[in-house]
Design a protein around this ligand. Structure first.
Ligand SMILES: N=CN[C@@H](CCC(=O)O)C(=O)O
Ligand SMILES: [Zn+2]
Length: 414
């Protein structure tokens, strides 16, 4: 496929650039009036229009004229919980009435509510509903995703969720990474026996997950009222023996120590970070652990927005992701995330786009194949409608400017 007359080809980073830290995030190399050639599912070549392969050569390729339009590398959504059995709009109404996230969770809502619903759902039902959610996300420009377990909380249900994610990995046309999150909350029966549940995770679940190769990463919700730093440390230490690197939930509701314990264990990413202090920012300075920010969670829960500028001033790498889940973020729309990052985190459009593409790919260890326009990378991208400028994309929040989806070098129609 040959795409011609592209108003601007966005994210043409050097092939060997795999992640961007601090002020590097402001650099979003863009080629104006460009062409892009895709072959065998990969990016074959690109350049300015005056070097475009001649029209006779063009006849060998399906050609798309993208005059007035931008071509972006697809969004890489590195944090989601899209496998769940039922929505939780009743909690949405409780929130409007003034109840907080922790209050709802303490009353048996929240994650436990989702776990009860998931226990009775079949693998087939979970697969089908999650597949539909991901297809909707693909249509909004996402073409790589991380998916967590964590609504199982028993041996059987956690493995059931991970098998569903494995099937999504096999059947969806985009890269999928799986994260084992049994340590999402304490199930009711272990409410007063935390060590009992941790032992179950470490001695029974982890070996089974590793044996079936069901997970790429380990996650723990390290938070006041959930898993303490010591408990997180124990689980991450055990997971390391099975080569599962951490991607953890940290500092969502309090300065929990989650970021530092994640960094200590060489986490690929520490996610949320709505609550930070100077020590947290410094712990990520010049660090390979990526800070994954989830502004649509802040928006929905009415909690603080993360300190993106402070992180960038400390030369941290920031990724942006949706956190799509039925409790704290019932939305998988990366376009909205990028808009919120600009509006609420005060990220510049270039910074936000880098965070949602190359750094999102890095937060799934996928940036050798995804996240930018570079020769040899997977041809997953989207073409916008006719738009006046790059900044128009986040500016026009809540409206989709994504017109054509290309996955593995072919137009995707769902
Ligand atoms: N905070 C922990 N996990 C999810 C929410 C889970 C839920 O409420 O169902 C999150 O990332 O926001
Ligand atoms: Zn989450």
């Amino acid at each position: 496929m040959l795409i011609t007359q592209i108003k601007a080809l966005v994210g043409v980073h050097p092939k060997e650039t795999f992640v961007l830290h601090g002020d590097e995030m402001a650099q979003l190399p863009t080629l104006e009036n460009a062409w892009l050639l895709l072959e065998n599912g990969l990016i074959k070549d690109f350049g300015p229009m005056f070097t475009c392969p001649s029209s006779t050569e063009n006849n060998q390729h399906e050609t798309i004229n993208a005059e007035g339009k931008y071509v972006f590398p697809s969004w890489c959504d590195s944090h989601s919980h899209v496998v769940f059995a039922a929505s939780r709009e009743e909690e949405f109404v409780m929130k409007i009435e003034g109840k907080g996230y922790e209050e709802i969770a303490a009353a048996g809502g929240g994650i436990l509510n989702s776990a009860n619903k998931l226990a009775n759902a079949s693998e087939e039902e979970l697969f089908e509903s999650a597949r539909k959610r991901v297809v909707d996300m693909i249509k909004q420009g996402t073409a790589a995703i991380e998916i967590k377990s964590g609504y199982g909380l028993t041996f059987e249900s956690e493995l059931k969720m991970l098998r569903v994610i494995k099937r999504l990995k096999n059947e969806l046309p985009i890269p999928v990474k799986a994260t084992f999150l049994a340590a999402h909350t304490y199930p009711q029966v272990y409410k007063n026996d935390h060590q009992g549940y941790i032992d179950l995770i470490i001695n029974e679940m982890l070996p089974a997950v590793a044996e079936e190769k069901l997970a790429d990463y380990i996650d723990v919700f390290c938070e006041r009222g959930f898993f303490s730093v010591e408990e997180t440390d124990q689980i991450l230490t055990a997971a390391a023996k099975f080569d599962l690197k951490p991607k953890i939930h940290a500092n969502q509701l309090s300065v929990s120590g989650g970021v530092q314990i994640g960094v200590k264990h060489g986490a690929v990413s520490v996610d949320h970070l709505e609550e930070t202090d100077d020590d947290v920012l410094k712990s990520l300075a010049n660090n390979p652990t990526i800070a994954t920010l989830l502004p649509s969670c802040s928006f929905y829960l009415n909690i603080p927005f993360a300190n993106a500028r402070g992180l960038m001033q400390n030369h941290a790498a920031i990724a942006l992701a949706t956190d799509y889940n039925p409790g704290s973020t019932p939305s998988g729309n990366m376009n909205f995330v990028v808009s919120l990052a600009c509006i609420k985190l005060k990220m510049m459009p270039e910074e936000a786009i880098n965070a949602a593409t190359l750094n999102g790919a890095a937060a799934m260890e996928l940036s050798k194949e995804m996240g930018s326009i570079a020769i040899g990378k997977r041809a997953n991208l989207f073409i916008t409608r006719t738009i006046p400028a790059l900044a128009y994309l986040p500016y026009s929040f809540g409206q989709s400017q994504v017109e054509t989806i290309i996955l593995n070098g072919e137009i995707y129609n769902g």
